[in-house]
Design a protein around this ligand. Structure first.
Ligand code: FAD
Ligand code: DHB
Length: 400
């Protein structure tokens, strides 16, 4: 088999890259080791930045999102039992976020790709990469009991944090930078009415809590738990008691409860692999970096990475030049590090670190008091949350 771009992974990064390349007339094949039902049913992200919404709309895959998603103009920050609304729409000259689940984005992209006649191989196994530092890299894999080989001009490793692509960058040139946090998130899906018109990020003495939504009937909420905790320790009653304790307010706001239809615990880390290229292999999305979910950046970063990568590949086929491709890492990493900075700030500002001293706890609450009382700080929070622009060139200093 032969194609121009071999893509490993049908997550947001792989599917969007394939879609963008198709719109430029560039052929790709996607190899995914899970089934279509599995990727379309896995509950993960919920918040799309303005830039991601614009990208889905501009490329013809945003119609259902515009119909079924929830457009939010702001978020609420809570600490000391009091809510503070952040009017992001006003602070960012009219931008907003969309709450639309990742698996719905996946469904829309898979449908668009298949409708355009794309080759997506689901449920493949034993994916291995070969000759990535040559002009004709290859991917070998098993499908339907047979062994296959895909020759391509480029390989895009969009295979998430545990995929094989990143490890193909030799140890001698691969640097992995990471930070592990002393918290995890217990996430639930519950059959209850919408709790609040906007997301609530709550800093509480008992730990962080987040109120989000999915549909008018199903809600998504999270609470901070200890990384060593086990989901078996969390009865539905215990989860609701803890959530309520952390988000109910002094002025009497109550959280509606109901049957919990799914619950799980996810750990948190910040991770960046540099560079994101080796020869003709390019890694994108969670394969290259992980952010803690507090800033809602992971899926959005996957979307910005593949826009940079697509431009490099497109330039190569138009001009024969690899200059733009060779700048992929540098351009993508600039935005990635800013999202890392913001995600780390949101995480450390909103979670309760139980090993902190009373001094550090007071500094944290003072940080929240400063942010919610300063227009400059609120503007900074908003422009980061809504999503920073892609910078094709190094930013010019505004200092004079
Ligand atoms: P993935 O979605 O991981 O896709 C990689 C694909 O590659 C998978 O389908 C996998 O099956 C496949 N694969 C792996 N190994 C192989 C192999 N060997 N062969 C073939 N295929 C392979 N992000 C946001 O932007 N906003 C949010 O609100 C947000 N909330 C989150 C909440 C939670 C609880 C979690 C866990 C994450 C959240 N994220 C959020 C992060 C977001 O879900 C990820 O960053 C996003 O899925 C990354 O997309 P990706 O395509 O890079 O990787
Ligand atoms: C959701 C996830 C996040 O990580 C976040 O910061 C906000 C909302 C969600 O799943 O709805």
């Amino acid at each position: 088999m032969k194609t121009q771009v071999g893509i490993i992974g049908a997550g947001p990064a792989g599917l969007m890259l394939s879609h963008l390349l198709h719109l430029e007339g560039i052929e790709s094949v996607i190899l995914e080791n899970r089934s279509r039902e599995e990727i379309e049913g896995t509950i993960r992200a919920g918040v799309l930045e303005q830039g991601t919404v614009d990208l889905l709309n501009a490329t013809g895959v945003g119609e259902r999102m515009m119909r079924e998603g929830h457009l939010h103009h702001g978020i609420e920050l809570q600490y000391n039992g009091i809510r503070h609304r952040v009017n992001m729409h006003e602070l960012t000259d009219g931008k907003s976020i969309m709450v639309y689940p990742q698996h719905e984005v996946i469904k829309d992209l898979v449908a668009a790709r298949l409708e355009a006649g794309a080759e997506i191989y689901f449920s493949v196994s034993d994916v291995t990469l070969h000759d990535v530092d040559s002009d004709s890299p290859k991917i070998r894999f098993k499908h339907d009991g047979g062994e296959e080989e895909l020759s391509c001009d480029f390989i895009a490793g969009c295979d998430g944090f545990h995929g094989p692509s990143r490890k193909m960058i030799p140890d001698a040139i691969r640097e992995e930078k990471q930070q592990i946090y002393p918290f995890s998130w217990l996430g639930i899906l519950a059959e209850t009415p919408i709790a609040n018109p906007e997301l609530i990020y709550s800093n509480h003495d008992r730990g962080f809590a987040l109120i989000s939504t999915r549909t008018p009937e199903i809600q998504r909420h999270y609470i901070q738990v200890d990384p060593s905790d086990d989901i078996a320790n969390w009865s539905d009653d215990r989860i609701w008691t803890e959530l309520k304790a952390r988000v109910e307010t002094k002025d009497g706001w109550k959280l509606p409860d109901g049957p919990i239809i799914q619950k799980n615990i996810v750990s948190m880390r910040s991770f960046v692999c540099e560079p994101m290229q080796y020869g003709r292999l390019f890694i994108a999305g969670d394969a290259a970096h992980i952010v803690p979910p507090t800033g809602a950046k992971g899926l959005n970063l996957a979307m910005s990475d593949v826009q940079v990568l697509k431009r490099g590949i497109e330039t190569f086929y138009q001009t024969g030049s690899t200059d733009m491709l060779n700048r992929y890492s540098e351009i993508a990493l600039r935005r990635i590090w800013k999202a890392q900075r913001f995600s780390s700030w949101m995480t450390t500002t909103l979670h309760r670190n139980f090993s902190h001293s009373s001094f550090e706890r007071s500094i944290q609450l003072s940080e929240l008091e400063y942010v919610t009382s300063s227009r400059a700080a609120l503007t900074s929070l908003s422009e980061n949350y809504i999503g920073l622009p892609l910078e094709w060139e190094s930013p010019k200093s505004l200092l004079v």
